[in-house]
Design a protein around this ligand. Structure first.
Ligand code: AGP
Length: 619
């Protein structure tokens, strides 16, 4: 939920840390700060921090520069304590000679803080992270170790053994210039191996412009860095194994390019990202799909008699489309579990139940916990993930990558359509092992290949959709309505609208309208119908008429050629024809553009909406 970056090398640390924070700001943007070590005796560690956006920190650093070749930095999504200067990281210990940044939640921080205060420690913030800084500083000051680097490592290890909760931390001490210690449990941390310089970051996007050689730390790993060397052990002091990976995207892919917002860039990347999701996975001569990463034999796949799909937010909506797809094409009972519920609900699962966790970031703590809960019960848990090397990707028992490229905008867009595409491939694969005919399989493969061009066609309507958005900016609320495969699409459309334009919106199965929701219909509450020409089209027309009869404005998303809707709907957005089961992939595009144009017109911060962050790594 926060972004961390540490640097040690020959260059000035401040510009590198600021650039890294800019690339991490989507992880949290309530406040930011840096601490730089310059080895001088009078002010060995210079700490600068400010509430609000990163520009506030830049301004401070212009007024009060911080020089040095080793430093740490942090951009915050507030968990404990409001976004104030004092609560911003880095935090120092009592001596002021230690600085630390933390991503995660120290659940037992209050009892630790009470003990430290009894010992005379004075705290300057309300955060749990400052408690960790004092714990490390306390252990450091009490140590008899003569070597400052080892002393800091031991102090970090001793402090971490006292905490309950999650952490991704980087710490440095004035006695050990040019030396960083990092550790993780439950929050991501990646090491960047530059030549004559080393990096630590919450995700690889912050350092990809400096190096593509990365080590994704695992839970309980502890790493020591100098500009020319590194070592990885675990918090118990044992040597730890690690693997050097090559980052799978370029710095340009992690930039906005000519787009005004990451979200718009990622919406317009969908012809490519959808293609990447099925590239190499369509097997024409079998009229089926291949997902080698599942690491399941045909026999094992054939024995699956129930599927559970877990995710949060948009990923849960993709999972819901997946439920309809798998039951429709493979006839396997499938259900969706909100990951944060699954981890506590203790649902009965028999041994032939296959569990999938779906996550763009691969770091969402509830989804991670759901995966570990399924594994604890002895189930094989597979991941459908975008971020290569993420915790879910590494800890799952197999799975498939989306290959969407980095998704920086907080609002998920291309990851949703790629997740649904992958779930369609899974449904085809499982279906063709059961009852799905060759002809039906071939038709679906053909339609999957046609999707990118159809998405391109919808994207050409962006200005038309913007004009529609401008008509309804003063909406008091919005309803999103769909049936069957597009009930989850309606939920997804509502979430997009809520999270970036802050308009209250709710998604519903369209027929539910008359069971209470229709009371919300009014001239100030537009309804968005996701109603392609499919098996329930006429039912949707009837529901639309019920809304119009109560003077509710209607925006209809429907299949090209359904011009009769122009007589009853206030606005119509057309999508190309496609099989009913693949329609959510196309229908999601107008919904993404609608919410985007609403947010821009309402002057909302599209890429960094209030109160949110891209990856929810705290509970
Ligand atoms: C969706 O637009 C939101 N950003 C949020 O609901 C997100 O889908 C959810 O937090 C899950 O994230 P994940 O896919 O990275 O696990």
């Amino acid at each position: 939920m926060c972004g961390i970056i540490g640097y040690v090398g020959k260059a000035e640390a401040t510009p590198i840390l600021l650039e890294g924070l800019r690339r991490l700001e989507y992880r949290g943007y309530d406040s930011s700060g840096i601490a730089v070590m310059n080895g001088s005796s009078d002010a060995p560690i210079q700490t600068r921090k400010r509430s609000g956006r990163l520009d506030n920190l830049r301004t401070l650093l212009t007024e009060k520069p911080a020089a040095g070749h080793c430093g740490i930095s942090h951009t915050r999504w507030a968990t404990h304590g409001e976004p104030t200067d004092a609560n911003a990281h880095p935090h120092n210990d009592s001596s002021g000679r230690l600085a630390l940044v933390h991503n995660g939640v120290i659940e037992n921080y209050q009892v630790l803080k009470d003990h430290l205060e009894e010992d005379g420690h004075v705290f300057h913030s309300q955060t749990d992270s400052e408690v960790l800084a004092h714990l490390v500083g306390n252990a450091y000051d009490a140590s008899n170790e003569s070597d400052p680097q080892r002393r800091l490592v031991e102090a970090v290890r001793e402090a971490l053994h006292q905490v309950a909760g999650t952490y991704g931390i980087v710490a440095m001490h004035a006695d050990a210039p040019g030396f960083l210690v990092g550790a993780r449990f439950g929050s991501p941390l990646v090491v960047g191996l530059g030549k004559g310089e080393k990096f630590l970051a919450s995700d690889v996007g912050a350092i990809v412009s400096h190096t593509t050689d990365a080590i994704y730390l695992r839970d309980r790993d502890l790493v020591c860095l100098t500009e020319d060397d590194f070592s990885i052990e675990n918090v118990d002091g044992d040597q730890a194994e690690y693997e050097v990976s090559t980052v799978d995207f370029t710095p340009e892919q992690a930039e906005k390019g000519e787009y005004p917002h990451y979200m718009l860039k990622e919406i317009f990347e969908q012809p490519t990202s959808i293609q990447n999701a099925f590239r190499g996975r369509l097997i024409d001569d079998q009229a089926s799909a291949i997902l080698g990463g599942l690491q399941l034999t045909p026999r094992e796949l054939r024995d699956v008699d129930r599927i559970v799909l877990c995710g949060c937010g948009t990923a849960s909506h993709a999972a819901m489309v997946g439920e309809y797809l798998i039951e429709h094409l493979a006839r396997i009972p499938t259900e969706v579990e909100i990951a944060s519920e699954f981890r506590y609900r203790n649902p009965p699962l028999d041994k032939n139940t296959l569990v999938f966790v779906i996550s763009q970031s691969g770091e969402t703590i509830d989804t991670l916990a759901a995966m570990r809960e399924g594994q604890r019960k002895g189930h094989r848990v597979l991941g459908i993930v975008n971020s290569v090397g993420s915790t879910i990707a590494r800890e799952s028992d197999g799975g498939s990558y989306l290959y969407s490229g980095p998704e920086i905008g907080v609002a998920a867009t291309k990851s949703f359509t790629s997740q649904v595409t992958l779930l369609a491939l899974l449904a085809i694969l499982l279906g063709r092992m059961r009852h799905l005919s060759v002809d039906a399989g071939q038709q679906l493969l053909k339609e999957l290949r046609e999707l990118p061009a159809k998405v391109e066609k919808i994207l050409l309507q962006s200005e038309h959709i913007r004009q529609i958005a401008l008509k309804y900016l003063d909406a008091k609320g919005m309803l999103f309505l769909g049936r069957q495969f597009n009930y989850p699409t309606a939920l997804e459309g509502a979430l997009k609208m809520k999270e970036i334009s802050y308009i209250f919106a709710s998604g519903h199965a369209a027929a539910e309208l008359k069971h209470g929701i229709i009371a919300l219909v009014s001239e100030e509450t537009p309804s968005v119908f996701i109603m392609p020409r499919d098996s329930v089209y006429e039912k949707n027309v009837s529901t639309l008429e019920e809304v119009k009869a109560r003077k509710g404005p209607v925006i209809a998303i429907t299949t090209e050629g359904s011009t009769e809707l122009e007589r009853i709907a206030d606005d119509v957005i057309y999508i190309p024809p496609v099989s009913e089961c693949l329609a959510p992939i196309l229908a999601a595009i107008p919904l993404q553009l609608l919410s985007y144009h609403f947010a821009v017109a309402l002057d909302c911060d599209v890429d960094k909406p209030r109160n949110l962050a891209k990856s929810v790594t705290v509970e």
